[in-house]
Ligand binder design. Structure first.
Ligand SMILES: Nc1ncnc2c1ncn2[C@@H]1O[C@H](COP(=O)(O)OP(=O)(O)OP(=O)(O)O)[C@@H](O)[C@H]1O
Ligand SMILES: [Mg+2]
Length: 820
């Protein structure tokens, strides 16, 4: 099945040029137009549209195709085809031609009668001249009634006689009301093709124009797809077809027919058609194409190195491939296939052994370039070396090259690429003898590096899997310090994924490996991580204690990273336990260390927490200022910036500045996972609820439904309050009540987070107020009283939370009292 677009896409410029030429013809200025373009690009479609418009005006259209016949040429095939309908219809204008002309034409068109008369011409040349004059006279006669469009398709297959007629027309046309349009494929014209000299002459004539038909643009391809599919194509599909088919509408159709996802193999007919173009080239050029199919994009030097051709042969072969419209040179002077489909068919045509050999040669040539460039060799170049070794089946070389390329990628912060390269190295590892010796590191080191790359790339799940695999390496058994550090990293990733309990267990596992009396950096790191988990879990007392232990170990071992991190956790815990000034001081110290040591991640964390603490203590404006300052710190990562922006949205919302909140809410959900995703969803839902956009709020919460918020009251507190409020608004009071109770239990029994407790309890009061109102409306007084009792109990909890000088909880209390 192949489906075409119902309407003509693009081609406005070409059509208007041709219609102008047609207009000129109508005024007695005949001309020739040559539509040139590769197969499938849309020459016939364009010409068809022109024919249609010509007929619409009531003008005449005569059309004929040249046919590919090989040896036995059929003279004048397209002209006969164009004129036969006239004869068959007994067009009266044929009758008006003088006898000699009718006679000459009858040689071509037997139906014209008088064919029995002897041919008076002395020789073939004279006969042909008479025929041409007769044809011209006929066009003239036809044009007198209405302008004529004579369309001859696929001139590259024209027989000798037709070619002679084209040459004749270009000279002889004078005032006939005719436009002659030809189509042809320039890529069919090999070096000794007979059309070449003819076109060279004819296209130079003033009466001729050449109209280059290029592939559709990216945008036009999308339009074509939209028309065929009856709906806007998803971006990936248009992009894929663009890459493979280069905008050639036929290729687009064929690839689509091969599979609606645009990944299918091209149909055999198309492959054959493309392969024919390749096979027309000389052997050297074909060899070059095979190399290019393996190399994809190669510059002259690489081609020269990898091809077994001397300089002159190489140049000739390249020129032939370019002239054959198969290869193009880009702006950087590199050679590549005109479109991916051509490359695909050449590659698919390779024999298995050939394949490996080509890649080996390319790997060798690229290696030499890497050596020559030394430290300057870019990530892309080193990655290419790895790729070609792999494709050549040389696993040891591919392993070392992949690791080298991963280094180069890391250097330019291309973490996604580094991850892919390290994963390739990991796949090769078990297949290579003495891999560790060859790589110069342990298997677990590569796993840990890959985890790091995944982590930096924002893929926590992958990082977790890689770290777990690293920890299974039996070679690590005698190295508890290394294992402890890996466990600390694993715990961090688990925490980010919302697995609070796993994270804590992982840290305990690490700590158990280290002697308690040992105050090494590993211990300090694990302890500061543990302090952070406790802090995030709302266990401030325990958090404070662990943070002090961590701080001690960090100072003794001189580990500034652990020092800054433990001060950070300590600061939040102290502030939450009521010692606000001490807390702020600790956080400021954490900030200072991170800044001095230029550790943007720790710096961003310290800013975030300082802002949070200020916010939770009712100093909203100060909090906002701190967060905004944090956002512009140098080197801040995307994920840190994301989290800070979300905090800013939260603070702005609480300050009543919804526009600012909106402006800072990160928009794109892609790649955000775990708590980062949930955090954004919460703020978005909160804003939407305030605006009365319940559906938006529900969608926002749904987007993060799979994220486990359990361990952290800063997340599950607001989440429960929002879920309860949504349920209340939709009238589902039992569900709202359940959300409140469940959250209160969790916060109250497992944490010291009074602020979240107050907030959830206040949300519960609103639910109970609704319940009481509803019961009263129904005259159910006992139920109303029960609801009011529950509200009073919740109010007590808010009151308890607001004890001591806690402005935020007190504000919540005032609101809650008003509700009751
Ligand atoms: N501008 C266009 N808009 C929509 N569809 C197009 C357009 N151009 C071409 N197509 C479609 O692409 C396919 C190939 O077009 P067409 O047959 O005109 O190519 P061609 O250049 O004449 O190729 P060949 O040299 O093989 O004859 C057809 O199905 C046609 O309908
Ligand atoms: Mg065509």
């Amino acid at each position: 099945m192949r489906v075409s677009s119902t309407r003509l896409i693009g081609r406005e410029r070409e059509l208007s040029e041709l219609e102008a030429a047609l207009g000129d013809a109508a005024e007695g200025h005949p001309s020739l137009a040559f539509l040139a373009g590769e197969s499938g690009v849309g020459k016939s479609r364009l010409l068809g549209e022109l024919e249609h418009r010509t007929r619409e005006r009531g003008w005449s259209v005569l059309s004929g195709d040249c046919v590919e016949l090989g040896e036995g040429e059929l003279p004048y095939a397209p002209i006969v085809a164009a004129l036969r309908p006239l004869v068959r219809a007994g067009d009266p204008r044929l009758e008006t031609l003088p006898g000699t002309e009718r006679l000459a034409l009858s040689r071509l068109l037997p139906g014209l009668g008088d064919a029995a008369q002897p041919n008076t011409a002395q020789d073939e040349a004279t006969a042909q001249a008479q025929l041409f004059e007769a044809l011209l006279a006929l066009l003239d006669a036809l044009g007198r009634a209405a302008p004529v469009l004579l369309a001859i398709e696929d001139l590259h297959w024209a027989d000798r006689s037709t070619r002679a007629f084209v040459a004749f027309l270009s000279r002889a046309l004078c005032s006939e009301r005719v436009l002659v349009v030809f189509t042809y494929r320039p890529d069919e014209l090999h070096r000794r093709h007979p059309l070449r000299p003819l076109l060279a002459d004819v296209e130079r004539e003033a009466r001729s124009r050449r109209v280059e038909i290029a592939a559709l643009s990216r945008d036009e391809l999308a339009q074509q797809l939209a028309d065929i599919l009856g709906a806007a194509p998803e971006a990936g599909l248009a992009e894929r077809l663009w890459t493979r088919g280069g905008g050639n509408p036929l290729f687009t159709e064929e690839l689509l027919a091969g599979g609606l996802d645009g990944r299918g193999a091209p149909p055999a007919t198309l492959r054959d058609a493309l392969m024919v173009r390749v096979e027309r080239l000389g052997e050297s050029a074909q060899e070059l194409l095979r190399l290019l199919a393996a190399g994809q994009r190669l510059d002259h030097v690489l081609l020269a190195e990898a091809a077994r051709l001397d300089a002159a042969d190489l140049r000739a072969a390249l020129r032939e491939a370019v002239a054959g419209h198969i290869v193009v040179v880009d702006d950087d002077g590199a050679y590549a296939f005109r479109h991916a489909l051509l490359r695909e068919v050449v590659e698919d045509d390779l024999l298995p052994g050939e394949h490996a050999d080509l890649h080996r040669r390319l790997a060798g040539a690229l290696e030499r370039r890497v050596e020559a460039e030394g430290a300057r060799a870019g990530a892309h170049l080193t990655a290419s070396v790895a790729h070609h070794h792999q494709a050549a089946g040389d696993r040891p070389a591919a392993l070392t090259a992949s690791l080298r390329a991963a280094d180069a990628s890391d250097k330019v912060h291309a973490h996604g690429e580094a991850l892919a390269l390290l994963e390739r190295a990991l796949e090769l590892w078990p297949l290579v003898r003495n891999a560790a010796k060859l790589a110069g590191c342990r298997h677990s080191d590569v796993l840990a590096r890959a985890a790091q790359a995944a982590d930096l790339n924002g893929d926590n799940t992958r990082a977790e899997g890689l770290l777990e695999a690293a920890l299974r390496d039996p070679l690590l058994e005698g190295d508890p310090h290394r294992v402890a550090l890996l466990l600390e990293r694993l715990a961090r990733v688990q925490r980010r994924l919302g697995k609070t309990d796993d994270s804590l267990a992982t840290l305990e596992r690490g700590l158990a490996l280290l002697p308690t009396h040992e105050a090494g950096a590993e211990r300090a790191r694990l302890l500061s991580s543990k302090a952070k988990v406790r802090m995030l879990s709302g266990r401030y007392r325990d958090g404070e204690q662990v943070a002090r232990e961590a701080l001690q170990a960090a100072r003794v071992s001189g580990d500034r990273v652990a020092e800054s991190q433990s001060l950070n956790a300590l600061g939040v815990c102290l502030a939450e336990l009521g010692a606000l000034d001490d807390g702020i001081a600790a956080l400021e110290r954490a900030t200072a260390i991170a800044r001095e040591d230029e550790r943007p991640g720790d710096l961003a964390n310290a800013y975030t927490n300082l802002a949070d603490v200020l916010h939770l203590h009712g100093r909203g404006r100060d909090a906002l200022a701190v967060a905004l300052e944090g956002l512009v710190q140098p080197g801040i990562s995307r994920s840190s910036a994301d989290w800070l922006s979300t905090s800013i949205a939260e603070m702005a919302f609480d300050l009543g500045d919804w526009a600012l909140a909106d402006a800072h809410l990160p928009v794109h959900e892609r790649r955000r996972t775990g708590h980062a995703l949930l955090n954004v969803a919460l703020r978005r839902a909160e804003l939407a609820l305030a605006r009365g956009e319940d559906a938006v709020a529900r969608a926002a919460l749904d987007s993060a439904r799979h994220v486990e918020a359990g361990g952290e009251p800063q997340l599950h507190g607001p989440l429960s309050a929002l879920v309860a409020e949504l349920a209340r608004r939709s009238g589902d009071l039992p569900a709202a009540r359940a959300a409140v109770e469940e959250a209160l239990d969790r916060i109250e029994f497992c944490t010291e987070d009074v602020m979240r407790l107050a907030r959830v309890a206040a949300a519960g009061i609103v639910v109970e107020a609704d319940a009481a109102q509803r019961a009263r409306d129904l005259g159910d007084h006992p139920a109303a009283a029960a609801a009011m009792d529950r509200a009073a109990a919740l109010l007590e909890r808010v009151e308890a939370a607001a004890e001591g000088d806690r402005p935020v909880e007190s504000a919540t209390l005032i609101g809650a009292r008003a509700e009751v």
